[in-house]
Design a protein around this ligand. Sequence first.
Ligand SMILES: O=C(O)CCC(=O)C(=O)O
Ligand SMILES: [Fe+2]
Length: 230
Amino acid sequence: MTAVFTPSLFDDPGLGVGRPGDVSWSGAHRTVLDERSWVDVVPGWLPGAEEWFSRLVREVPWLQRRRRMFDQEIVEPRLTCGWDLAGAPAPADELAPQLTGRYGEAFDRVSANFYRDGTDSVAWHGDRVRFTHPSPVVAIVSLGAPRRFGLRPVGPAGAAGRSGGGTRWLTVCGGDLLVMGGRCQHEWQHTVPKDPGAGPRISVTFRHSDPGPVAARSERAREVPAWALR
Ligand SMILES: O=C(O)CCC(=O)C(=O)O
Ligand SMILES: [Fe+2]
């Protein structure tokens, strides 16, 4: 009988066994949201994204998170899993240095979010990393089906000396990289809305725990509504 080699997330998948190839920054495009915030999109950043998608669907120990909202318990409409970089599914360990080379942050935390179909979603929010970093960079690799990704300014238009416009909508496809930076987590919110008919999608997010140049908490938790926390 011939032994069958099944690549595992926690083993080196080996060259050519479901390993995405070298990333490409060609086609990178920055949208300046306002004076302090930006979002980069790099279409087709990650070759081999389909293979990584299939492996993650099969092999990640997906968790169903619940969160309390006032006196109700809400079941998050997506599945998630998170790791330190060292424990994250390959090739996250190879992608993080590429992101660090471009954006200068030490990406050391990885999460994966599985939107099983168009009824899964994530509501408008800013990421929690804003509590520890004045201008965090959050990088998101999309795998699987296309989804819409929205960005909207927090507070009234023109608040806090900001001259940017209103809500922006992007479509992210399998293999695309989206990176939010500057004051995006503080002064803008993002969402992946429900989208009837959408196919399954995974987002792999890279964040950094380095508190950055100003270690002090940049916002007090009590100023942020519970629904806005991620
Ligand atoms: O799935 C995405 O593209 C966004 C995920 C996200 O915003 C989050 O998990 O904080
Ligand atoms: Fe987020």
